[in-house]
Design a protein around this ligand. Structure first.
Ligand SMILES: [Zn+2]
Length: 372
């Protein structure tokens, strides 16, 4: 038992050394020792192990006030990569991300989801394209995170509810098609995780994914909070109107039919960009639709704040247009709020590009960094 715990301390030290280099970008051996309260020989031993794994490299030197210049040490962010896929009803997006979460390559293609061999072959060839056109070293790829709308079990295999992309057997069906380990992740939770990854200031947040359906993610203490039944963040099915509009889930008055992106884009033939262009030009119908939309959204945001008291981040298709409309929304939230607020806890997403695909890839990156 004693031996196991010594091993664990060693692993934790190595992980801490790696993380401090990762966070600092460039750091000296002495500074690592100071910050982690470790002896120089211990730091040196860990650095040797990390060098041997190709995870770090010597990166120039620091100016010193006398004596030898200290060598800089940085992480080799491309030492490991992961692929993220985002499956929606009519499209697949794919990205290649590195250890920093940078997108090295991305692709989006129109492909209607079908639970058949042809679809899975297309998926496989998309993965091949990502590897080839993204110039990924196949040995660096940790795995493929697959984002899709649905309730996904803790094993990242079991799908218990998926009315948008109709499959509960995706994991089994993909067996034999993909060249790497793969895991299934809820799309909004993946999007929220990508947002958290790229917003180092925030520890707690609710992420609202305002796409063709409304999803969400609750992130507490820098981790996804799943809930007892993996149902946390299903914000689209919070009741906003008793016996209101029908929702695709079969119930009435859920947030989804009031706040999904199609509520807006159906005014402009399915073109959300055009909706916001017309809105900005002062189109009366778009303005009226927008005000109704914001009314329901502000109710949901007020409820979320009363429940969780943290930042509420607006992502998804609508979230990516929110920057120039955030003040209007904040004013509506302030009016509704019981507790004093300047509304700043409501924010548009910082990470606007393929967040679900990126978050799905980050699942493998996060698991890897935890185990270094
Ligand atoms: Zn519903």
């Amino acid at each position: 038992m004693k031996r196991a715990s010594t091993m664990e301390v060693k692993r934790q030290n190595r992980n801490n050394v790696y993380r401090i280099i990762y966070q600092k970008g460039k750091i000296s051996k002495q500074e690592i020792a100071n910050k982690l309260n470790l002896s120089l020989p211990t730091v040196a031993q860990n650095l040797t192990e990390l060098f041997e794994k190709g995870l770090i490299y010597e990166n120039g030197s620091f100016d010193s006030t006398g004596g030898r210049k200290a060598k800089g040490i940085s992480c080799n962010m491309d030492a490991k990569t992961a692929i993220g896929l985002d499956i929606t009803r009519n499209h697949i997006s794919g990205v290649l991300v590195n250890l920093l979460g940078e997108v090295l390559y991305s692709i989006r293609t129109r492909l209607h989801f079908e639970d058949n061999r042809k679809y899975y072959e297309e998926l496989r060839s998309l993965v091949d394209r990502i590897i080839e056109e993204g110039r990924a070293d196949p040995y660096t790829i940790l795995g493929i995170g697959i984002s899709m709308p649905g309730i996904i079990g803790a094993d990242h295999k079991t799908i218990t509810y998926a009315p948008v992309v109709e499959t509960t057997t995706l994991f089994e069906d993909l067996k034999g098609y993909l060249p790497y380990p793969y895991a299934i992740i809820n799309d909004a939770k993946a999007g929220g995780f990508a947002e958290l990854w790229h917003s180092p200031h925030a520890e707690n947040m609710v992420y609202l994914s305002l796409s063709n359906s409304v999803g969400g993610a609750v992130l507490m203490n820098n981790e996804l909070y799943y809930g007892d039944q993996r149902l946390s963040g299903e914000i689209g099915h919070m009741t906003l109107e008793i016996d209101g509009k029908p929702c695709y889930c079969g119930k009435k008055g859920c947030m989804d039919p009031y706040c999904n992106a199609q509520v807006l884009s159906r005014r402009t033939g399915g073109d959300l960009k055009k909706f916001f262009e017309l809105l900005d030009k002062g189109d009366k119908d778009c303005r009226q639709e927008w005000e109704t939309y914001l009314k329901y959204l502000s109710v949901a945001i007020n409820n979320l704040r009363n429940c969780l008291d943290c930042e509420v981040i607006l992502g998804g298709y609508v979230g990516s247009y929110m920057d120039s409309h955030i003040d209007e929304l904040r004013q509506m939230v302030i009016k509704r709020s019981t507790f004093t607020t300047d509304g700043k806890f409501v924010q548009s997403c910082a990470f606007k590009f393929e967040s679900s695909a990126v978050g799905a890839g980050l699942y493998y990156i996060d698991e890897y960094i935890k185990c270094i």
